[in-house]
Design a protein around this ligand. Structure first.
Ligand code: ASP
Length: 325
């Protein structure tokens, strides 16, 4: 009895550590899902208990939407789109409502979605009036011969395809505007959102949506809508959604690099992701992280920043919701 009590704290630490990711090279889960709400300099001292609870509750709500779809045999594509829609509508995050401001006080949103079964993809960049950019990205993927559409052309295409168009004031939140003011003195609102999923048919999907970097120059496009940089899915390897300093993720083609290490070098998901995020990006000062699910249903969440809003769930019952390191 005494020895059991003595072992309990160690057992708990082991369960907590191992419950934040999974790892194997054979099928471990019929379905799996992971999401992020941005990475950056998150430390407990900067958040009240109430704020932490609020973020965790929203991450849980979003995760539940995806879990529900996948448990009931729905597609990974629907799961990632609906999860990202929820996070886009939540003003806490830097996507959709609550998106950060450009240097000249506007919102320019980027989003991309990719289906690993046939490598189809769609993306929009620099849009300022589409309520849910990730759904517009899916329209580009499914209803056009193109992959990436920008600005007014993207908005026109999305509205013709039934996307909800809003006045630019819809994206405004006091918090994001204040972050712009602070950013003029070097701050950055975290909160890009993303989701990756494996469904029971074995299809992988990835989706990412963002307002970009606070205080960016108007016309700047980040990694999120660049397929292979911030978003990538391939049924033969994995699905990745990234968050962080986009310029580095573009130059190091982070999402595709992880997939390529698996495909050409036979790396496991965790080894491939950590090699890119914890080594290559760290060496050059590229701050951020990724969420990933592979074809076996393993989940890996890797970040080199102080924190990342994140959550995952699998068919075998593993899961976690976390913010800090
Ligand atoms: N990666 C995004 C961008 O560079 C920003 C972020 O994830 O925080 O646009």
């Amino acid at each position: 009895m005494k020895s059991k009590t003595f072992l309990l704290p160690f057992l708990l630490v082991f369960v907590l550590l191992s419950s934040c990711q999974t790892g194997s090279n054979k099928k471990v889960n019929d379905w799996a899902i992971a999401l992020h709400g941005g990475a950056g300099a998150m430390i407990p001292a900067n958040y009240t208990d109430e704020q932490v609870q609020k973020y965790e509750a929203e991450l849980k709500n979003a995760l539940a939407i995806g879990e529900d779809i996948l448990k009931n045999g729905g597609s990974s594509l629907d799961a990632v789109e609906k999860v990202v829609n929820y996070l886009e509508d939540c003003p806490l995050f830097n996507a959709g409502r609550g998106a950060v401001f450009t240097n000249d006080g506007k919102n320019e949103l980027d989003a991309a979605i990719m289906f690993g079964k046939d490598l189809t993809a769609g993306a929009v960049a620099g849009v300022g009036d589409i309520k849910n950019p990730i759904s517009a990205a899916r329209m580009v993927m499914e209803n056009s011969p193109h992959v990436l559409m920008v600005g007014k052309g993207a908005s026109l295409f999305a509205s013709q395809n039934g996307a909800e168009i809003v006045d630019s004031s819809y994206f405004y939140t006091e918090e994001s505007y204040r972050t712009l003011q602070r950013a003029l003195e070097r701050d950055r609102k975290m909160g890009t959102v993303g989701c990756v999923a494996l469904d029971t048919e074995g299809n992988l999907s990835a989706a990412t949506s963002t307002g970009g970097m606070t205080n960016k120059r108007y016309g700047r496009v980040g990694d999120v809508p660049i397929i292979g940089a911030g978003t990538y899915a391939n049924n033969s390897t994995c699905a990745i959604s990234a968050t962080g300093h986009g310029e580095y993720f573009i130059r190091y083609t982070v999402a595709h690099d992880i997939s390529a290490l698996m495909e050409y070098k036979g790396f496991s998901l965790d080894k491939a992701a950590d090699d890119v995020v914890q080594r290559k990006l760290v060496d050059v000062g590229g701050e951020g992280g990724i969420i990933a699910v592979d074809k076996w249903g393993n989940v890996h969440l890797s970040f080199n920043s102080l924190g990342m809003f994140r959550a995952f769930a699998t068919s075998s019952g593993e899961g976690c919701v976390a913010i800090f390191q």
